[in-house]
Design a protein around this ligand. Structure first.
Ligand SMILES: NC(=O)c1ccc[n+]([C@@H]2O[C@H](COP(=O)([O-])OP(=O)(O)OC[C@H]3O[C@@H](n4cnc5c(N)ncnc54)[C@H](OP(=O)(O)O)[C@@H]3O)[C@@H](O)[C@H]2O)c1
Length: 254
């Protein structure tokens, strides 16, 4: 993996690496935020060059070793990982676990070994016995609203902390404030498109990490955003990495 922008000298191979390119430590430096006290919401998606968010209904067909590397790194860096219930269901999310090296990095950084998974849902069509809850190393959060089904809420409360934000729909600004109150300032959203649409409508997105895969997926799949509309907003392009034709773009709120 190499950095295309901002332009600079290509890093030399790190000790133990046989190929030139960004080492694990280099990559941490490219994505770590200096001030963890300031709340920040980063979104991470992969799309094809023609804008598709899925191939045959999943993101796997768009991903690559470089995308997976950054995906894992961003998980390591966050306090809380937000995912829409649709993504949890469609992508078959399992309990949020990190490998020993990433857990060690977090311990040494003074963070809990594993971030908290927070699932956003209105209908609460989530199975409390599914591995994402039943095998979670850290009690997950379910973010919902007052109007969600009370019985499902009670069942999920046995395996997760249920955070209520909003009356008839999830108030994502209030949910973020509640996460910050719990010390979960660095949020990573892994999607999906409906959740991103809602976050944009609530003006909650501070950063977009987007992998553009060198693929033409053709028609059929949606974009990375769905659901409610939102005003057009400008972002600053802060970084471009490249690996095997994949562009790993980083945009931030100005
Ligand atoms: N390419 C990528 O990087 C990427 C990333 C993620 C997902 N995906 C793909 O995206 C597809 C899923 O798309 P999607 O738009 O359905 O995903 P999604 O946003 O994860 O799921 C939608 C569901 O999540 C819950 N939800 C989302 N926003 C909410 C809000 N503001 N308030 C309350 N509940 C909210 C609702 O769950 P309830 O129905 O339970 O109320 C809603 O039905 C999958 O095919 C997945 O593979 C791709």
């Amino acid at each position: 993996m190499r950095q295309l922008w901002p332009a600079g000298p290509d890093p030399a191979p790190s000790a133990g690496e046989s190929h030139a390119g960004l080492s694990h430590a280099d990559l941490i430096g490219r994505y770590e935020r200096a001030d963890r006290s300031a709340p920040w919401l980063r979104v991470n998606f992969v799309a094809s060059a023609d804008g598709a968010v899925t191939v045959e209904g999943h993101s796997e067909g768009l991903s690559s070793p470089a995308d997976k590397r950054v995906f894992g790194l961003l998980r390591m860096l966050c306090d809380v990982l937000l995912a829409g219930a649709g993504t949890v269901r469609e992508e078959g999310y399992r309990a949020l676990r990190l490998d020993p090296e990433r857990r060690r990095w977090r311990r040494e950084a003074g963070l809990p070994e594993v971030p908290v998974l927070a699932v956003v849902s209105s209908r609460l069509a989530l199975d409390p016995a599914s591995p994402v809850f039943a095998e979670a190393p850290v009690r997950p959060l379910v973010i919902t609203h007052e109007g969600s089904p009370a019985d499902a809420r009670r069942r999920l409360a046995e395996v997760a902390d249920v955070l209520i934000a909003g009356d008839a729909e999830v108030d994502l600004a209030a949910a973020r404030a509640a996460l910050t109150e719990r010390g979960l300032t660095q949020a990573l959203c892994e999607g999906g498109p409906q959740l991103l649409g809602s976050l944009l409508a609530a003006d909650q997105v501070d950063e977009l990490c987007l992998t553009v895969a060198p693929l033409l997926a053709g028609s059929g799949a949606g974009r990375i955003v769905a659901g409610p509309g939102s005003p057009v907003r400008r972002l600053d392009l802060t970084q471009v990495l490249e690996a095997d034709g994949n562009l790993l773009l980083r945009y931030a709120r100005p």
